[in-house]
Design a protein around this ligand. Sequence first.
Ligand code: GLV
Ligand code: MN
Ligand code: MN
Length: 402
Amino acid sequence: MTFAELWRELEPIGRDPQTGGYRRYSWTPADAACRAWFTGQATKRGLTVETDNNGNLWARWGPKTAGAIATGSHLDSVPDGGAFDGPLGVVSALAAVDLLKEKTFSPERPVVLAAFTEEEGARFGVPCLGSRLLTGAVDPDVARVLTDDAGTTLADAMIAAGLDPGFLGPRDDLLDGIGAFVELHVEQGRALAPQGAALGLAEGIWPHGRWRFDFTGRADHAGTARLADRRDPMLPYAATALAARQAAADHGAVATFGKLIVEPNGTNAVPSAVRAWLDARAPDEATVADTVTAIRAAAEGLAEDHGITLSVRQESFTPLVRFDQALRDRIAAALAAAGIEAPVLPTAAGHDAGILATRIPTAMLFVRNPTGVSHSPAEHADLADCEAGVRALAAVLEDLAG
Ligand code: GLV
Ligand code: MN
Ligand code: MN
């Protein structure tokens, strides 16, 4: 099948008709439909599909030896995410297998197509949860009790989806069988368009993390409670959001409060609590730490001024990632031999590739995003660039697995 044919099949799954954005949260019916689609496509191609103990999907092509070349990405989305972030890498992997089969290429090493669970952390809060569990970067006991906003634990969500959370945990045997991982992903940001390049190669990933800020005050009547008597957690939160913007600008970082839960969330009530999630990223770990320290200090001062209790907790952190230089050089050479130029770029976006890079040689291919917009229904990549991505991925797999 062509890339376009595959893309059209997956495109409607989990798309919200109002916003046009995707809500493919892990272990929901939309996620199950994406998984079923992937499994069906891989099976049709004669690949053997397996769901590992952490819910990641693996489809195998070729011999059953070690030194597999793995490729893929994720199928889950952020709230109202774009179509490309994640699925582009999975669909391109299937399309690349088709291209290679058309050429009657027969892999000497296994080619493994992967779809990782909960990459975005949109439901359970920890990004790259499937790959973190796989590598041992998250304790399974901690993972099992992660909860979504409705209070459902990961363990219960997995049970409802027919998986046993008792088996969560690292899989050295699986990782030991993989010689290299190459993730193709839509570019997030706009570095390729000005260079006139359809494709790029990742140099590394900025360190980044998530922190939860709980501002707790006292609910009261929006009409009758005197301003002087209120303990309104919205006020220190609002000032903290502005302080985060300033701290990011001061430090050369980025900091975002993108998720908020207000309790009880009534128009005519002073809130009792504001729970806010901070995402902070910077080129180096010290800068992330300094930025978060400044935001936290501002929040603590503001909370005190308003008679509010504040607690701050780190929910995840990903250190600086530098992708394997030798693998990148080899991929660049394979692409050059196929007439493809791919500039090397850093990124501030997180990826399963960044987690796997702690264990195996890993690389990333980016497909041009003409506007740079991502984590939005407006995210886009041109069909011609996606097709160029498939050809590039096929050339890379042919070189690495041939
Ligand atoms: C995932 O896309 C992230 O960077 O948060
Ligand atoms: Mn994403
Ligand atoms: Mn992604």
